[in-house]
Design a protein around this ligand. Structure first.
Ligand code: GLN
Length: 306
């Protein structure tokens, strides 16, 4: 995906910064939380240090607050398989009313994080474009939605470490004359999900490697963009690779273009006013990565079927 390469590399790949706002750079009024404690731990000795480390890793309840006591509210758009979707069965969490059940990689990982923190996971299902504002305005505790870390988004929320990767791919009808991303520039209409990185790249100016706002139609979710593609309202859909595979698998006559993919990192976004929660969630997440739980969950939804 050559056209995207320049912007992506310049704007999005500077991801080596520490999680949760980095050390001491958080702009919160509250006390620095767990990251600072790591320093204390190194000064302590033996068992004390070990105990302090365990406390920090467990993110003890006293250290953070959540929107609703005893609950961890996850802002997401549950139309993004295999990361988040509604479930016909019990799933791994429900909405606040307990009536809609959810599953997917993000939902399962979030449920495990909540369990480690002694909280109950609650899913706040909304449009993708609202997940970050919902966290910023204190309605939800964390945004987890196959959410790509970008420099712009980092201005609005703090991110945990990354737990998965994705790439933007192009879906076209099997008989399309679009063979490469360069063909998208030939007066084609591209369908994207509103507010996503796919939208950001495609709607950017031609000079910046995009195709221009006039060549992009935004839809509320991926399924609607795919319907528009099938109805011939758009010539292509740009979306993350794993949802793309699932959409192509269940819709006849579509294919994914073989292009030069640029890797994006998915992470959890948390309010800059709640560094203690970010640290606690990040610690729990890292434990789940270290003990192989995250990989097991990913394999269950992705690799197993291949
Ligand atoms: N990874 C993309 C983004 O963060 C799309 C996420 C989504 O649609 N749920 O913009």
């Amino acid at each position: 995906m050559k056209k995207y390469a320049a912007i992506l590399l310049a704007g999005m790949m500077a991801l080596s910064l520490a999680a949760c706002g980095g050390s001491g750079s958080g702009n919160s009024n509250k006390e620095e939380a767990a990251p600072a404690e790591t320093e204390t731990v190194t000064e302590e000795t033996g068992t004390d240090a070990a105990e302090a480390a365990t406390d920090a890793a467990a993110g003890t309840a006293a250290e953070f607050t959540t929107v609703s006591e005893g609950e961890l509210h996850m802002a997401t758009n549950a139309a993004f398989p295999p990361y988040e979707m509604t479930s016909d069965g019990e799933g791994y969490a429900t909405d606040a009313a307990g009536s809609v059940h959810f599953e997917g990689i993000d939902v399962e990982v979030a449920a495990m994080i909540a369990e480690k923190l002694g909280l109950k996971l609650v899913i706040d299902d909304m449009e993708f474009g609202s997940v970050i504002t919902s966290v910023q305005s204190g309605k939800a505790d964390m945004a987890m939605a196959g959410l790509t870390v970008t420099e712009d988004r980092k201005q609005n929320v703090d991110f945990t470490d990354s737990y998965a990767t994705g790439v933007q791919v192009v879906i076209v009808p099997e008989d399309s004359d679009i063979a490469t991303v360069d063909d998208l520039a030939k007066d084609k209409m591209i369908g994207v999900q509103d507010g996503t990185t796919g939208y950001i790249y495609c709607s950017d100016t031609v000079e910046n490697g995009g195709y221009g706002e006039d060549h992009v139609t935004s839809y509320t979710n991926g399924a609607m963009a795919i319907e528009a593609l099938k109805a011939g309202k758009v010539d292509a859909v740009v979306i993350d690779n794993e949802p793309a595979k699932q959409f192509v698998a269940v819709n006849e006559g579509l294919k994914i273009l073989d292009t030069e993919y640029i890797v994006e990192n998915y992470a959890i976004g948390i309010s800059k006013d709640n560094p203690a929660l970010c640290a606690a969630v990040n610690n729990a997440l890292n434990e789940l990565i270290a003990d192989g739980t995250v990989q097991q969950i990913v394999d269950k939804y992705i690799n197993a079927g291949e």
